[in-house]
Design a protein around this ligand. Structure first.
Ligand code: ATP
Ligand code: GCO
Length: 473
């Protein structure tokens, strides 16, 4: 095979799995059967910890490459791309050895920082797209420095890239998710570094879009098909899955549902609209930003309820959309910034003895949908129009009920992405400059569903406020 009909190897560094898959270079569509998956189980603790074992993660991911190779799928690879969870951090010693597990986005531990009145968080948010919140390195590094003296810090994708290429570097996209990037310049932000208490040389160097590395000598015998293949800088999963779902213009919001969910719009970084306080903004690549809102309870609600309720069906069959009396406020993993609801704050209101497991599942999926709708409304306002909506991700792909529920909750038509592997497809599209189409069904909201949800919304908002208050008791 010549490099003109080359294939793309995409690595997806998720929270519930690490995956490796092979895509066609022409349109970034996956090659059937060329996918290997390693299941990941983060360790959750009552103290708010949510961590991954770095060694186990990397070995599991590399095992996926071995599996693809055994099946002949690593022949003819022309580029290697990565989509990755954002925000993770690992403390390193001066030899680059990990002193902590991978602390993930879902970890809610950190220290309070009092920066006094000279710290202008509004200006900081406008510049970095992030808040001074436990999700970001500006709070995580001081917390790690309080109990140890690490020499350096890096995220999961930076360490995977280092293992693969021998270079511990990061991308503008991954760095933006740490909350220490000046979005406009694409360099580390001086104030963010000062708040974190580090210098830029303690963090991975940021390489430009277009940078490529190559496979370390160490792995040349293990994966001969990857020798000399350009390895592109990683793309944050939010940016990648937006593009992979088909949402990459300022008139389209992508709603993606995996372990977590988000609603976001990709737009040029130049002339970007002023960032409202409720939204974050990260980088996609050298020219584009992504603005949105993320939610820590999504597909993980389904996984959790399947386990604890021993659901007989994967779908809440027979339950009308907007029809449950029970209301679930999905704060099991807390809220994302700027709100500060801690993990362990999920609530079911209005339970009765005739509620079935399907009712409880429907209420949870409805609650998650109403949360996403809050974000969509803010984005509509920011971009000055009722945005078009595309839906993508494993949760969307798996659940017809949830697709209809989201469409009715948004009270507008939606287009479904036919390709479930949106992160891998998007990372390939970002690296190679492709523009994939959603390619799936067009859904129309059912009038009865919309009416029932309209009736539910006021009650949801009131009870949500009670759940927020209860979370600090
Ligand atoms: N029938 C269903 N209804 C709702 N959610 C579902 C259903 N089946 C699976 N899910 C959820 O969809 C999610 C899988 O989506 P996806 O594969 O995109 O996640 P992921 O890529 O593993 O996420 P991450 O990258 O964050 O690890 C899981 O959280 C799973 O529980
Ligand atoms: O856009 C997004 O999806 C979010 O901003 C991220 O915070 C992800 O939830 C995180 O990377 C875990 O997958």
């Amino acid at each position: 095979m010549t490099r003109t009909d080359a294939r793309i190897l995409a690595l997806d560094l998720g929270t519930s799995s690490a995956r490796a898959l092979v895509l066609h270079e022409a349109d970034a569509s996956p090659i059937p059967g060329a996918l290997a998956r390693h299941k990941i189980s983060p360790t959750y603790g009552h103290d708010g910890s949510a961590t991954l074992d770095l060694h186990e993660y990397v070995e599991g991911l590399f095992g996926c490459l071995d599996e693809l190779q055994q099946n002949g799928h690593l022949d003819g690879i022309g580029s290697l791309v990565l989509s990755t969870q954002w925000h993770s951090i690992v403390a390193l010693d001066n030899k680059g050895t990990a002193r902590t597990p991978v602390i993930t986005w879902a970890d809610t531990r950190s220290v309070d920082l009092d920066l006094g009145t000279s710290f202008d968080e509004q200006a900081f948010h406008a510049r970095t797209g992030t808040w001074l919140h436990r999700l970001y390195w500006t709070r995580r590094i001081p917390w790690l420095l309080a109990s140890d003296s690490p020499a350096a810090f890096a995220g999961l994708p930076d360490l995977v890239l280092e293992r693969l290429t021998g270079e511990r570097v990061t991308s503008v996209s991954v760095a933006s998710g740490t909350g220490t990037l000046d979005l406009a310049t694409g360099a580390y932000d001086d104030e963010a570094l000062a708040v974190a208490g580090v210098t830029a040389d303690q963090l991975p160097a940021i390489v430009p879009t277009g940078w490529t590395g190559t496979l370390s000598k160490e792995y040349e015998r293990r994966w001969p098909g990857l020798v000399g293949v350009p390895v592109h800088p990683p793309t944050g999963d939010g940016a990648a899955s937006n593009v992979g779902t088909g949402g990459y213009d300022a008139g389209t919001a992508a709603v993606t549902v995996g372990t977590s969910a988000a609603v976001r719009v990709v737009h040029p970084i130049e002339y970007a609209p002023e960032l409202p306080w409720e939204l974050w903004r990260y980088r996609v690549d050298d020219k584009r930003a992504v603005t949105g809102m993320a939610f820590s309870a999504a597909g993980n609600l389904h996984a959790w309820l399947t386990g604890v309720l021993r659901l007989k069906s994967a779908e809440p069959l027979g339950v009308e959309i907007g029809g449950t009396h029970a209301i679930a406020i999905p704060f099991m993993a807390g809220t994302r910034p700027p709100a500060n609801v801690p993990g362990g704050s999920g609530v079911y209101f209005g339970l009765s003895f005739d509620d079935s497991s399907a009712d409880l599942l429907a209420a949870a999926l409805q609650g998650a949908s109403l949360e996403i709708d809050r974000g969509l409304r803010v984005l509509d306002e920011l971009f000055g129009q009722k945005l078009e909506v595309v839906l993508g991700g494993g949760g969307i792909d798996a659940s017809e009920w949830w697709r209809r529920c989201l469409t009715a909750t948004f009270a507008r038509p939606t287009t479904v992405c036919a390709e479930p592997e949106v992160g891998a497809r998007g990372a390939a599209a970002v690296a190679l400059g492709l523009s994939p189409e959603p390619g799936g069904d067009h859904l129309t909201p059912a009038a009865d569903d919309v009416a029932r949800i309209a009736g539910l919304r006021g009650r949801y908002e009131g009870l949500r406020e009670l759940a927020v208050q209860a979370s600090s008791m």
